[in-house]
Design a protein around this ligand. Structure first.
Ligand code: COA
Length: 387
């Protein structure tokens, strides 16, 4: 039985900060960002946008195409959750008016949780083909102002419907994984922003890739040449480039510059202008590949490398399904990205500091253009609005 992603749709916020404006403000050569880390823009969430509103924006177009009462579970992956107890997925469940015959749970392990949720969903469907699981990966990447991480913020959500006989990609059984207790990136409970040992995190990322790849080859017997397209977790696109160089070296494969570009660039187009979206970023990369490769990918194998600091990593693959191109929502992705409004550095800072969801009662000023927004907090309870 084939199990995998039947529909996929991604969302991002209505605003961005250009790294040109950022570089000017900080008096840094913009090429450090454009070339050095490979980023141009960061999607910025206004105070009335959170992972629930982003997730709803990502999921709604999928639900319009199916009987939404057929969803049997929501697996919501995030490391920027909105409540220490209640799952962000239950807020989403209410906002999208889903059936009460549906289970909901939140997944967390840094940027790895999206891949974990996808793998769990495929396992659920293999055990019972009647399951239709909505996997959401949604995050707002936020670092302290004036730290090296500040240039690698961003936000986004990816919704994936996981079913049997999927129309987009069948996820193949067998994967390679690696876990190690390290402190490269973390966010203690009392903090809104992540702490990161940036250079160390890039080293652990590459070490985990080697370990997960080794395990993957032992488990599946597949080689580098069995894979046509490579998607990586993309905190910034240069990281994906370094990952692919590392993988080719470990697999003892020599790639021409053209081959290297063809295998990696299409999956970076969106991430370069959206920024990091933690658990979603690997799947934003997959959407980018689907929307930006001008070739038919039917029957080709795509690999996914997920890395979550702390750290857990996994390498797995999927086979593109014939006719996948008919169900893509590329126009919606492009429209969202193109319609974003640029912010000045001062406007970005105002958004950055205005977020105050620790207060008991607040009504947020309307910046989020919808279709869903965080309207306010009343007696410590978040409430959302459909526009
Ligand atoms: N033109 C071209 N390249 C330039 C440049 C310029 N003017 N100035 C700097 N660079 C290059 C550097 O040589 C470096 O390249 P390298 O990584 O190949 O050595 C790169 O730009 C980054 O410069 P660096 O001085 O190392 O940047 P930094 O101290 O600001 O740190 C990160 C970069 C990624 C570590 C930092 O942004 C960070 O902490 N990000 C968050 C953590 C993260 O995303 N981790 C990834 C694993 S999940």
């Amino acid at each position: 039985m084939n199990v995998g992603i039947d529909l996929i749709h991604f969302s991002t916020s209505d605003y961005y900060l250009g790294l040109d404006a950022f570089a000017e403000e900080k008096n840094i050569d913009v090429d450090k960002f454009y070339i050095g880390i490979g980023q141009e823009k960061m999607s910025i969430a206004p105070p009335d946008e959170d992972v629930v509103s982003l997730a709803a924006k990502a999921a709604a177009p999928i639900l319009e195409q199916i009987d939404k009462n057929s969803i049997t579970a929501i697996l919501f992956a995030t490391e920027s959750g909105v409540d220490q107890s209640k799952s962000a997925g239950v807020f989403l469940h209410g906002l999208l008016n889903l059936s009460s015959r549906c289970r909901v749970i939140e997944f967390k392990h840094a940027c790895y949780s999206g891949a974990a949720a996808l793998q769990m969903a495929t396992t659920m469907v293999r055990a019972n083909p009647k399951e239709k699981v909505l996997v959401i990966a949604a995050d707002i990447a936020k670092y302290d102002v004036d730290t090296s991480g500040e240039a690698t913020q961003g936000c986004g959500a990816v919704a994936m419907l996981v079913t049997e006989s999927p129309r987009i990609i069948a996820i193949e059984p067998g994967s390679g994984y690696h876990t190690e207790d390290v402190m490269d990136f973390w966010r203690p409970n009392q903090r809104k922003t992540a702490l990161v040992d940036g250079k160390y995190s890039t080293k652990v990322y590459l070490h985990s890739l080697k370990q997960a790849w080794q395990h993957f080859t032992e488990e599946t017997g597949r080689t580098f040449d069995d894979i046509q397209h490579f998607c990586y977790h993309i905190p910034f696109t240069k990281m994906a480039e370094k990952a692919h160089q590392t993988l080719a070296k470990v697999a003892k494969v020599k790639l021409s510059p053209q081959e290297f570009k063809a295998q990696t660039l299409p999956s970076q187009v969106y991430n370069r202008i959206v920024g990091n979206s933690y658990s979603a970023s690997l799947f934003v990369g997959f959407c980018s590949l689907l929307d930006n490769l001008n070739e038919n990918m039917a029957n080709r194998r795509v690999s996914f490398f997920s890395y979550g600091s702390g750290c857990v990593a996994e390498f797995f693959t999927g086979l593109m399904q014939p006719g996948y191109e008919k169900v893509l929502m590329s126009a919606s992705h492009r429209k969202q990205i193109e319609q974003r409004q640029p912010l000045t550095y001062a406007e970005y800072l105002a958004f950055y500091h205005e977020v105050d969801d620790e207060v008991e009662n607040i009504e947020f000023e309307r910046h989020n253009k919808g279709p869903y927004r965080l309207a306010g907090i009343k007696d410590h309870k978040r409430y959302y609005q459909t526009l």
